[in-house]
Ligand binder design. Sequence first.
Ligand SMILES: Cc1cc2nc3c(=O)[nH]c(=O)nc-3n(C[C@H](O)[C@H](O)[C@H](O)COP(=O)(O)O)c2cc1C
Length: 219
Amino acid sequence: MKTKSYPPLFDLSEEELRQKAEELSSLMQKRRSCRFFSDQAVSKSIIQKLLEIANSAPSGANKQPWTFCAISDPAKKERIRIAAEKEEKAFYEERASKDWLKDLESLGTSWQKPFLNTAPWLIIMFKQSYGVDEEQGKTKHYYVNESVGIAAGFLISAIHQLGLTTLTHTPSPMGFLSEILERPKNEKPFLLLPVGYPAQDATVPDITKKGLEEIVKWH
Ligand SMILES: Cc1cc2nc3c(=O)[nH]c(=O)nc-3n(C[C@H](O)[C@H](O)[C@H](O)COP(=O)(O)O)c2cc1C
């Protein structure tokens, strides 16, 4: 095994650490899922940087079991919107359970997804159930869902820290994305993330988060 040194990134006093933590917490708590996008452009080089960040995430045995499709082509976005709305219409009108629809009520969502056209970029994350190597053939991937979920977290956090916005979107089911984007059999759609600026008049549901006392047990 080859190693290299890994010194601490910062040398902060307790006070500096507290202040940094406070600033980061305040910034991250401003993140919201946005469903109203501006058509303001975001350059490809910025999207590339965001994907570098996502790709730096930890993954089971460092297999990086993910593929990102970044789409700015309006015709392809339109195809995705049409296919997504078809699935979502069936979901809202037929497939969704009463409980699920009730839980969605406070978010005001519907089968209509205009942001799939408006947002300048759609990033589709695919999870690779196994790898395909030219010489070895099928190779094993480990903790695929956990790994891809963590990479998605890195990506969502980076998008927010740049002042851009996104929505964690899962049109149900998502098989149409494999077809439109011509992905191989070992890849399954994981998340669809529209990326851009929020519309000037964007609003978000006025929801609250559980407090730490409910979700943390100190030992
Ligand atoms: C795995 C996952 C799937 C989601 N799928 C959708 C979706 O398909 N459509 C949607 O409008 N929101 C979707 N959301 C967004 C959630 O509704 C949102 O994160 C939640 O209401 C909390 O709001 P916040 O992200 O603004 O904190 C999804 C979130 C997650 C984590």
